[in-house]
Design a protein around this ligand. Structure first.
Ligand code: ATP
Length: 217
């Protein structure tokens, strides 16, 4: 992209249990493609009625900090971890919209698997009123949404070009052409429990932290 446009602020939510290269490298590629200068990691609070992460909030936050240390693309916002109540993405993005003003282009980043379930999310339409959605490709998940109605819904919101995201504050869905990273936190936890190597799957500093704190045994 060559033309000057308002800077698009992006947030990346997840459990990050633990953070891995599937998160980091996909978003780095997305940042180049969509001209993002800053991505804010937003680790989420897992509500008590959902399966609990293997690592605590404090540990998941610490691992994100280690993973992004020294990388100027990333920063961390721990607001969802500070709340005792479940954190809905739509509410967090509404809060960020209020803080940023009505005109700033804002985006929330998800993987393809999350896009497929998006229309089951709490107030997903209001989420799109607050921000764009940037979708990274992810291996192992269908490219298309399931029903014809879902596909129509998506087609009506698709951004044809990343530049569109910088020109309007919210409402578009951008399917990025990011490389495929066959990595998941579930697989990493399973490998760690079986004492299998995970060297190329996540940053060494995160792996050292996991071993030091005897996580995911
Ligand atoms: P788990 O295996 O525990 O479900 P996960 O690896 O999917 O975890 P999350 O923290 O739940 O990681 O994911 C946060 C976001 O990152 C989600 O939007 C998810 O789609 C995306 N994501 C995770 N792994 C990848 C990957 N390998 N490629 C692209 N996107 C990914």
């Amino acid at each position: 992209m060559t033309d000057r446009a308002p800077s698009l602020q992006a947030w990346y939510g997840g459990t990050f249990d633990p953070i891995h290269y599937g998160h980091l490298r996909a978003v780095e590629a997305l940042a180049k493609e969509a001209n993002l200068t800053q991505v804010t990691m937003l680790p989420n609070n897992v509500p008590p009625h959902r399966p609990q992460p293997g690592a605590s909030s404090v540990q998941r936050k610490a691992m994100v900090e280690l993973a992004i240390a020294g990388n100027p693309l990333f920063r961390l916002d721990d607001r969802e971890l500070q709340r005792p109540t479940p954190s809905w993405t739509s509410e967090t993005m509404a809060q960020l919209r209020r803080e940023s003003g009505p005109d700033a282009p804002l985006a929330f980043i998800i993987g393809q698997d999350s896009l497929l379930t998006l229309r089951t999310w709490h107030r997903y339409e209001s989420l799109l009123n607050c921000c764009h959605l940037l979708v990274c490709r992810r291996p192992g998940y269908p490219v298309e949404m399931k029903t014809a109605e879902d596909r129509q819904w998506l087609a009506a919101r698709l951004a044809s070009d990343a530049r569109e995201l910088h020109r309007q504050p919210a409402g578009k869905i951008y399917l990025a052409d990011t490389p495929l990273y066959p990595i998941s936190a579930t697989d990493i936890r399973t490998r760690l429990a079986r004492q299998q190597p995970c060297d190329d799957l996540l940053p060494q500093a995160v792996l050292d932290y996991i071993h030091h704190h005897a996580l995911y045994r």
